[in-house]
Structure formats: structure tokens, C-alpha cells
Design a protein around this ligand. Sequence first.
Ligand code: ATP
Ligand code: MG
Length: 312
Amino acid sequence: MKRFTFFGGKGGTGKTSCAAAYSLFLASKGVKTLVVSTDPAHSLADAFDKPIGFQTAQLGDRLWGIEIDAEVEARKYMKAVQDKMLDLVSAAIVDEIKRQIEIAYMSPGAEEAAIFDKFIELMESVGETYDAIVFDTAPTGHTLRLLTLPEILGAWIEHLIEKRKKAMDLMKLAARYDKPLAERIENDPIIKTLSARRDKFSLARRILTDPQESIFHFVLNAEKLPILETARAVELLGRHGIAVGGIVVNKVIPPEAGSFLEKRRLSQEQYLREIRTRFASMKIVELPLLDDDIQGMEQLGLLSPLMEDLGG
Ligand SMILES: Nc1ncnc2c1ncn2[C@@H]1O[C@H](COP(=O)(O)OP(=O)(O)OP(=O)(O)O)[C@@H](O)[C@H]1O
Ligand SMILES: [Mg+2]
């Protein structure tokens, strides 16, 4: 079992249902599992048919859930970062810092950055409170940005550290005969803060790119467009060093579905063949289309044993 499992994919394919079913599967195997939704739509509660919120809620034996609100987290996060930075920096680089913060956090990546911070916080709880965390992510583009963020933010922080070091070197010259000032420069709190952040990001990046620790599964339906999109996303994650373990083909129409769905079932079969060929090197799990939405343990219990093939 990996400590961190992600489910991603196009909107509406069944990411939330799969994350829920997989977390139930792990819990049933005795693994203390936390399932986390990073999607503002908060459908995890619907899948379990139980209220879940910003606080961890118990969903079953050895199973807990939490829903992170990206927007709220982003606002909190940006404010905290800004306050901290502006509090620490000298006037000389305030503008630069403000500009950088704006670029990094006011941009469309802000929510991901916030979720990412929360993600790091949760990662640190694994090994203590939980054995494994299952992430239900938002639709593909969003998730890919989220997962590639440590790389981008890491580089950004590195750049700030360099800038700060240069400024400090200049100040050191000025402080040659001023011992207290020289000491303050030596223990510069900004470099410390930035370095701590950089270390956190690189830790997260190390965990995300360690196939022993983290695995990413794609959920798709047997249709034409998702196959192309998934192939591209798998390739992109690979380039960022993130392992893609499995493909979950969800909502596969069972043969006994009857004549009304027969035409659609035959077209799905064709796409299933294509999926099996295209993703031959990966684990492929097929989940049947149920006759009802996924709303609670009854339906989750039908899908959860099928998740075994993803490994665990
Ligand atoms: N195998 C299935 N059989 C029947 N209904 C399903 C199945 N899988 C998912 N559903 C239903 O399809 C809808 C979308 O599923 P889900 O919320 O899991 O997808 P999602 O990928 O998380 O969507 P979003 O991109 O909006 O977050 C839900 O109403 C869910 O109950
Ligand atoms: Mg969802």
C-alpha cells in the first residue's frame, strides 16, 4: 500500500466515487485511512451520504474524511504568507516580495498553493494518526497544476533566497563595525523562513515523486475524448516524475443491462479495447455502472472490493 493515493481525471467520471470506494477498501483491510477532498464541490459527503467538513469526520471503522475548501484556504494562506513576509522584510525588497507573492499566490495557482499547504500538513500526519491518505482531486487541469506546484514554487523560493542573500552580503559590508547588526544579518529571519518553506516543498516533491510513497490513478469513462486526455495527462505527470499506477474505467455498462443500453455498451467495448491497448503497462480496473448514484455504503460496498486490483 502507498501512503498517498490520488484519484484524478476529467469532470464527472467518478473520481470522488473511486476515492471513496478505495478508502473503504483500505479501511476494510485494516489500514487507518483518511480520505481527503480537495474539490470545492464537496461531493465526498454525497458519496458517503454523511456530513463531512473542514474537521475530520469518522466515516466508518478505521476510516475518516475531510473536505478542504480551496477558496477559504487560499484566502487564509495568502494572508498568512503576506503578513509574515511583509513583517519580516526590509523596505528595500518589500515591493519585490509583494510582486512575487502576487505572481505566485494571486494567480490562478493560489488555490492549489493553499491546498498544497494543507496537503503538506496532512502528509505530516501520516505515520501517526493515519496509515494512508486517499485524495479525491478536482478535474484534471487543476490537479496537474497542484501536483507540479512544488517544482514551480520551489524554484520561486530559491530565487527569493538568492535575492535576499545578495542583499545581506551588501549589508554585511556595511555592518563591518556594527556587531549587533552583523549578528542580526547572520540570523536573518527571512532566509530562515524561506528556507523552511523551501525544505517543505522539496519534502513534498520528494514524497510525490517517490513511487514507494505516492501513486496517482486516473479515472475515466469508456469514451473517445477522455482516452486522449488521459494519455496526455499520464505523459505530463510522468515528465514531472509522478508515478501513474492505474486506470479506473468507471461506469462500464454490464452485459445484462438490456437492449436499451446495448448500442452504448458495444461502443464502450470498443473504447475499452483501446484503453487496454493504450495503457497496457498499467493496472486497469473496470467498475460497472450501477443502477443508482453512489450515495452511501450500499453502493460503495459494491465498488470497493473491485478496487483490490489497484493494489493495496
Ligand atoms: N459506477 C457508477 N455507477 C453509477 N453512478 C455512478 C458511478 N460512478 C459515479 N457515479 C455517479 O456519477 C456522478 C459523478 O460521480 P463522481 O462525483 O464520483 O465524479 P467526479 O469525477 O468526482 O465528478 P467531479 O468532477 O464533479 O468531481 C455522481 O452522481 C455519482 O454518484
Ligand atoms: Mg468529485
